[in-house]
Ligand binder design. Sequence first.
Ligand code: F3S
Length: 91
Amino acid sequence: THVVAEPCKGCKYTDCVVVCPVECFYEGDDMLYIHPEECIDCEACVPECPVEAIFHEDNLPDEWKSYLELNATKSEECEVITEKKAPLADQ
Ligand code: F3S
């Protein structure tokens, strides 16, 4: 799976959700999460994120390893997001 990590916090640019072919992004209050059982590792979202917040789980920097579990739990609790919206970063 791919994982949304710390750079998304407080940003939520949401460019990632537009390119996702399986609609596996879920919206938390301050960041997005990827559902690990829905993500097909297509990598389409990776270059779209302006703050490089999305990583394959195998490439997740050590300091952000906890985001793997966080994406799994939060994606179960949050609503799916499939359309771009105004980012938090610009507000
Ligand atoms: Fe977050 Fe980047 Fe998507 S900031 S909402 S992972 S485009």
